[in-house]
Structures are given as structure tokens and as C-alpha cells.
Design a binder for this molecule. Structure first.
Ligand SMILES: Cc1cc2nc3c(=O)[nH]c(=O)nc-3n(C[C@H](O)[C@H](O)[C@H](O)COP(=O)(O)OP(=O)(O)OC[C@H]3O[C@@H](n4cnc5c(N)ncnc54)[C@H](O)[C@@H]3O)c2cc1C
Length: 465
């Protein structure tokens, strides 16, 4: 393959950017900062560096920005969030706070939720019992997290959950954290900030993030292949090499573990161990166009079932008042299912809905689609609940490496991991650390001092991610 020189690369990059190259590259340094990946963290970092007036290049491997937060409108003709959809804690969420108006409509998520017990809705007594076991389970995990050593969340659960156990395990594990509870650190789980107030964006969370990303230039379809810090900091792509003072890497932990981005010298064991402890879980949407509201549900109504096994899912119906519904599969069951491909995923969703609502639902299904995030080469999974013993890994990866490499992204946030808002804050934090080092930012604002979500008060079967 013909390799472009650095000059040609710069010229080619400039051609696809929306605005001119920032700053004035010196003879040996092309940019102050190179940002790898234009998801939430990368966009936030780029906007921060841009606002400070320093030169940067935001390089994205795929042909669009947004990463794990993208909205598609071509498949169903209405906004379909293929990744993140729930805007957690909208009053504190940095992306929601920047919502451009008019143009984007962010509205409170309805509190409507249902629990199906076979073909009927749960009775009031059953619902109370269910919420009660969720309270006790959350509390038991929080108690376990106060112990001397970390345990997995499954072992921390109360022993007397009886026939509620599979449901609780699904709601707190795969649905909330993309992993089975046995694979999740009780400490990490308990530390995650409250996410029980939510909003949705009618145009799609990905569309909203994309709008914020449009404020900065980005070089698309250019995977970074190597970060070399032997001498100067060199970032390599198949279109050429760039020299920078610092790099912010926002590719997911699974992408970093895949070896698709090489490091010279190699990443130290400490960072590799931390990445291994923060491997991404599995979470996918099986999207169905259900004509005529055949399930008789409200707008954005969330449905769980009282399940007996791990072969279960959640349903989000009538998304933003459209005919679109998503069946959510996650954890080990979701991972095995998605490995079988889209037809198997859609077949499962129809079978599951038939079990809960009867066979007529199939007649109402028109177009279908299933995401397969584990197979997306530039994501390789959903989001990052820490494995038992692994909460410290987030802090490890937040430390700058070799003085010039900064990792950012959802996995590098101690309380908002697995969220778009957490990724955004992490990107901003990395950018500000670099700006401080350059002497551009004098005031050190400790993110710990910023208002955060309070400690969990009441349980809500809402997601962490
Ligand atoms: C199905 C699903 C549902 C979710 N639901 C929610 C939700 O409801 N609410 C919520 O808040 N969060 C949710 N999340 C989590 C949320 O999407 C992520 O936490 C967040 O989007 C991660 O942002 P990021 O910037 O850390 O990483 P990413 O979005 O993964 O961004 C990293 C970017 O780096 C790029 N990249 C990778 N390799 C390279 C390379 N070699 N060179 C250059 N670029 C590269 C990628 O293409 C990507 O654009 C969900 C995630 C999934 C998958």
C-alpha cells in the first residue's frame, strides 16, 4: 500500500475537516495534542483543547463520529440509538447541559415500568416484593463493598431471594452493567453514581453528541496504528505519522487489549493488568418496528419479566412515541446470542415477546435490526464494569503514562463508568491535565469538588450504562 508522507497526510486531513487546522505547528511538532477516537470522550477533549486555543488533531478510525453513542435514521426512518440511549442524571450530565436549542428536544424519561409474570402483568404485591428484593440486594452489595477485600456481586447478594434471584441478577448484572454479577466487582458496583433520573433525546442521544462534535474538526476513517514514545511522541496511521506534545487515547479498553494500536515501548504490565480488569461487557439492542402498539404499552415504557433463567431480556417500547421497540440482551447470555448473528437475535426477541404477550405480536413486526457491539472492530464490546478486585484499575489508567500519554473514556471514570456523561467528563479531565502541564490552565479545579450525583437512595431497575 502506498504510504503518504506526513505532509500529504496533513493536507488530506485538512480536506475532510470542517474548519481549518488550529494553531501553528512548529517545524518539529505537528500538533500540541492528538486525540485518538471521536466518541464522547474524544469530542469533549477536542472541544476543551479547541476552547483553549491550542492546536490538535482529532483522529477517528471509523467513517463517523460518536463511537458507542450513535443514532441511525436510515434503518427505521426514525431516530434509533444503536448504542447509548438513556441520558442519565440530565441535570448533571455534561452532554445534556449543552443541548442546542432549538433543534434538540431532551425530555424526562417516564417512570412507567412493568414487570411481566408469564403472560400477565405483575400484581401490586408482586411488584412490591420485587422492589423490596432489589433494595435488599443493592444494600447487600454496598455492605460487601465496605469489607476489607473485594468480592463479586453475585456472592454479595442476600441468600433468601428465592424465585426472585434470576430477575434480580439480570436487572443488576447484564441489564445494568453488561456483565453477569459474578464477573463484577462489588466495590466498583457500589461506587457507581446514582443513575435513577433519566431523560431521552427525541432526535437520538447519538445525534445530540454528533451535533456537539460538529464544533471541532475531525479526521475520519483513519485508524491510529501505533503510538511511539521512544524519542518524540509519534502517532502513526496508515496515512502517515504525526508528531505531538501529548496524546489522548479514547479507544475502548477492548480495542486497546486487541493490540490494534501498538505501543513503542510496549504498555507496562500495570496498565495492561488494569485494562484486563476493565474489559467490556456485552450489551445489544434488538430493534423491532411494531406497528399499531400491539403490546398496549405507553411511550418509552420499560418492561422486565420475572425470569427463571439467564435467558431473559428487557423491552423498551414505543421509543419517543414511535413504533420502534428494543429488546435488550446482555451479559453472558447476550454475548453468546450475538455471536450467533442477527437472525438468531431477532428470532430470540420474537420468541421472548411471544412468551410474554402471545403469538399475535409477530404479525405486527415489520423491519428489524440487531446491534452486535462485540463484533464492531473499533469498540469490541459495550462498556466496562470492573472485574472483582479491579476498581483500582480506573485510577491506574487515569494516570498519565510516560508524561505524554493520557487515557480517557468511560472506563476512566470512577463513578460514571459505562456512560456517555462519564466518558465526556473523562475526556475533559485529560484535556485539562494537558493544558495545565502546558501552563495554559493555571487554576486547578479538582473534579472531586464538582457536584456529583448523590449516593443511591432508592433502587430503580435502570441501567448503569
Ligand atoms: C448498546 C449500548 C448501550 C448503552 N447504553 C447507554 C445508555 O443508555 N446511557 C449511557 O450513558 N451510556 C450507555 N452506553 C455506554 C456509552 O455508549 C459509552 O460509555 C460511551 O459512549 C463511551 O464513550 P467513549 O468516548 O469512552 O468511547 P467510544 O464511544 O468507544 O469512542 C472511542 C472512539 O475511538 C475510535 N477508535 C477506536 N480505535 C481507534 C483507532 N485505532 N484509531 C482512531 N480511533 C479509534 C472508535 O471508533 C470510537 O469512535 C451504552 C453502550 C452500548 C454499547
Amino acid at each position: 500500500m502506498k504510504r503518504l508522507s506526513r505532509r500529504t497526510f496533513l493536507a488530506a486531513s485538512a480536506a475532510v475537516t470542517a474548519s481549518p487546522v488550529l494553531g501553528a505547528p512548529s517545524s518539529s511538532i505537528d500538533f500540541d495534542v492528538i486525540i485518538v477516537g471521536a466518541g464522547s470522550a474524544g469530542i469533549a477533549a477536542a472541544r476543551r483543547i479547541y476552547a483553549a486555543g491550542r492546536s490538535f488533531r482529532l483522529i477517528e478510525a471509523s467513517s463517523q463520529i460518536g463511537g458507542r453513542c450513535i443514532t441511525d435514521t436510515s434503518i427505521f426512518g426514525v431516530p434509533y440509538d444503536r448504542g447509548a440511549h438513556w441520558i442519565h442524571m440530565p441535570d448533571l450530565n455534561p452532554v445534556a447541559k449543552l443541548t442546542p436549542k432549538p433543534g434538540f428536544d431532551v425530555y424526562a424519561a417516564s417512570a412507567a415500568q412493568r414487570l411481566r409474570v408469564g403472560r400477565r402483568n405483575a400484581r401490586e404485591g408482586e411488584l412490591e416484593e420485587y422492589l423490596g428484593v432489589l433494595v435488599r440486594s443493592n444494600r447487600a452489595i454496598a455492605d460487601a463493598a465496605r469489607g476489607k477485600s473485594d468480592v463479586n456481586c453475585a456472592d454479595a447478594l442476600p441468600k433468601d431471594l428465592r424465585d426472585w434471584r434470576p430477575t434480580v441478577e439480570f436487572v443488576l448484572g447484564p441489564y445494568g452493567c453488561a456483565k453477569d454479577l459474578r464477573e463484577i466487582s462489588a466495590y466498583d458496583f457500589a461506587k457507581s453514581a446514582e443513575r435513577d433520573v433519566d431523560a431521552f433525546c427525541r432526535q437520538g442521544y447519538g445525534a445530540l453528541l454528533g451535533k456537539l462534535g460538529a464544533a471541532v474538526p475531525v479526521t475520519l476513517a483513519t485508524p491510529v496504528t501505533r503510538i511511539d514514545t521512544n524519542d518524540r511522541l509519534i502517532v502513526e496511521t496508515d496515512k502517515g505519522r504525526l508528531v505531538a506534545r501529548a496524546v489522548i487515547i479514547t479507544a475502548s479498553t477492548n480495542v486497546l487489549l486487541s493490540g490494534d494500536i501498538k505501543f513503542t515501548p510496549e504498555l507496562p504490565k500495570r496498565q495492561l493488568d488494569a485494562l484486563n480488569q476493565l474489559k467490556l461487557g456485552s450489551y445489544d439492542h434488538i430493534a423491532l418496528e411494531l406497528i399499531g402498539n400491539p403490546l398496549g404499552l405507553q411511550r418509552d415504557e420499560l418492561v422486565f419479566e420475572k425470569s427463571e433463567t439467564t435467558r431473559t431480556a428487557a423491552l423498551l417500547a414505543n421509543i419517543s412515541g414511535t413504533s420502534l421497540a428494543t429488546v435488550e440482551v446482555a451479559g453472558k447470555f447476550g454475548r453468546d446470542l450475538s455471536a450467533q448473528g442477527e437472525p438468531a437475535m431477532v428470532a430470540f426477541a420474537l420468541e421472548w415477546l411471544t412468551d410474554l404477550y402471545g403469538a399475535d405480536v409477530k404479525k405486527a413486526v415489520k423491519r428489524t435490526h440487531a446491534t452486535r457491539w462485540n463484533a464492531e472492530p473499533f469498540a469490541r464490546g459495550a462498556f466496562s464494569a470492573a472485574s472483582p478486585g479491579g476498581q483500582g484499575a480506573r485510577k491506574t489508567l487515569m494516570e498519565p503514562l510516560r508524561d505524554r500519554i493520557y487515557f480517557a473514556g468511560e472506563a476512566m471514570h470512577e463513578t460514571l463508568w459505562g456512560t456517555v456523561g462519564g466518558a465526556w467528563e473523562s475526556g475533559t479531565r485529560a484535556a485539562e491535565a494537558i493544558l495545565r502541564k502546558m501552563g495554559v490552565l493555571k487554576e486547578i479545579e479538582d473534579p472531586k469538588d464538582k457536584p456529583r450525583a448523590k449516593e443511591p437512595s432508592k433502587p430503580q431497575p435502570r441501567r448503569k450504562g
